[in-house]
Design a protein around this ligand. Structure first.
Ligand code: THU
Length: 160
């Protein structure tokens, strides 16, 4: 037997095609990328989270001379949001990235570890997170982490 899994991605060619809230969130993520500390990769990632209350929380990547000690922008933003606003679920998130001085033309998708972290936030609050990936030539919008992380490890698997 073979099972196929389909994922759905909405594609846009610029922020003017998005609703105001989503394009505003991208702007916040672009500003957050300016605050990255990424002297080793020169790849500066910014993330903006919109919480259910309307609050916007941002984060950027932090690197370290001992490379594995760095943290991704998604992880930084989510850790901050869940520590400071534990009962305020994340509704949507925007991700932008700059290589040296330029925003990438292609949308930057979260790394595997960050996908798992996003999945945990969805499970914790029982609500899908809208994921908005910015590129200057293409924007991708994905409704929920399951499209980016099918067959994921989750708490039900811990039961044995
Ligand atoms: N990075 C992120 O912040 N988010 C991702 O999803 C992918 C990668 C960071 C980690 C590192 O500081 C730099 O980008 C290059 O990998």
């Amino acid at each position: 037997m073979k099972r196929k899994i389909e994922i759905e991605i909405d594609e846009f060619s610029g922020t003017e095609e998005l609703n105001n809230k989503d394009s505003e969130l991208i702007e916040y993520s672009m500003k957050a990328a300016e605050n990255a500390y990424s002297p080793y990769s020169n790849f500066s990632v910014g993330v903006a989270l919109r919480l259910k209350s309307g609050k916007i929380v941002c984060g950027s990547n932090r690197e370290n001379a001992a490379f594995p000690s760095g943290s991704c922008a998604e992880d930084t933003a989510i850790s901050y949001a869940s520590a400071a606003h534990p009962d305020d679920p994340i509704v949507s998130m925007a991700i932008s990235a700059k290589k040296n001085q330029n925003f990438t033309t292609y949308p930057v998708s979260p790394c595997g570890n960050c996908r798992q972290i996003i999945a945990e936030e969805e499970d914790r609050h029982g609500k899908k997170i809208k994921i908005i990936l910015y590129g200057s030539e293409k924007i991708e919008v994905i409704n929920g982490i399951s499209s980016l992380l099918p067959l994921r490890f989750s708490k039900d698997k811990l039961k044995g």
